[in-house]
Design a protein around this ligand. Structure first.
Ligand code: SF4
Ligand code: SF4
Length: 189
């Protein structure tokens, strides 16, 4: 029937509008003055809600991802990256540029990068680099407040580096399960 989809959509909108008051009433009965979606308060199950950003912020899910960051190993205080190059190969938009360090005398490759750049203007936040890195050296960040007047291009791994404690804070369950399964001494030395 013509117009049925529109009627259904308007009905859905009306339902959510009315549920706002029902949910507010329930929250009031339950001792919460107003439903919000900020940290530590009850998530609204239905109805319309407003977040007073930036004074209020929603808790992000652990799997949320924006740009990658590079983990500084807590034991060595160095980037964990071993310059294996898997992330550069797997990256669908090829926005990773990496060069492995070499022994000056023999030319033998060393297990750390001499240059590592990521073009964050191209990165599409797919998370493949973090998923495929065998050393947990690259992770997806939760920081989304990165607006700037100028679009940055290549950013070095050192500029995107964050300590292991930050990774543990934003990915608590992943961090614990990886720490339990990772063999000792698997670092970027
Ligand atoms: S970030 Fe991970 S996958 Fe990429 S080069 Fe370093 S160790 Fe290899
Ligand atoms: S998140 Fe995706 S697009 Fe961005 S650097 Fe990693 S693999 Fe490449």
């Amino acid at each position: 029937m013509y117009g049925w989809g529109i009627i259904k959509t308007l009905g859905m909108t009306l339902y959510h509008f009315l549920m706002t008051y029902v949910e507010d009433f329930r929250a009031w009965i339950g001792g919460i003055r107003k439903r919000t979606a900020t940290s530590g308060q009850e998530e609204p199950s239905s109805g319309i809600f407003t977040i007073q950003y930036p004074n209020e912020r929603r808790d992000l899910p652990e799997n949320y991802r924006n740009l990658p960051f590079f983990v500084i190993d807590a034991k060595t205080s160095q980037l964990r990256c071993t310059a294996c190059g898997i992330c550069a190969q797997i990256c669908p938009v090829q926005c990773i540029w990496i060069e492995r360090a070499k022994e000056p005398e023999t030319g033998r490759p060393r297990r750390y990068p001499v240059t590592y750049y990521l073009d964050i203007s191209l990165c599409m936040s797919c998370g493949f680099c973090a998923e495929f890195c065998p050393f947990d050296a690259i992770k997806m960040d939760h920081d989304f407040e990165i607006a700037a007047y100028r679009r940055p291009g290549f950013v070095s791994a050192k500029d995107l580096a964050k300590p292991e404690s930050y990774d543990a804070k934003i990915h608590p369950s992943d961090y614990v399960s990886k720490a339990q399964s990772q063999p000792e001494g698997q670092t970027g030395e």
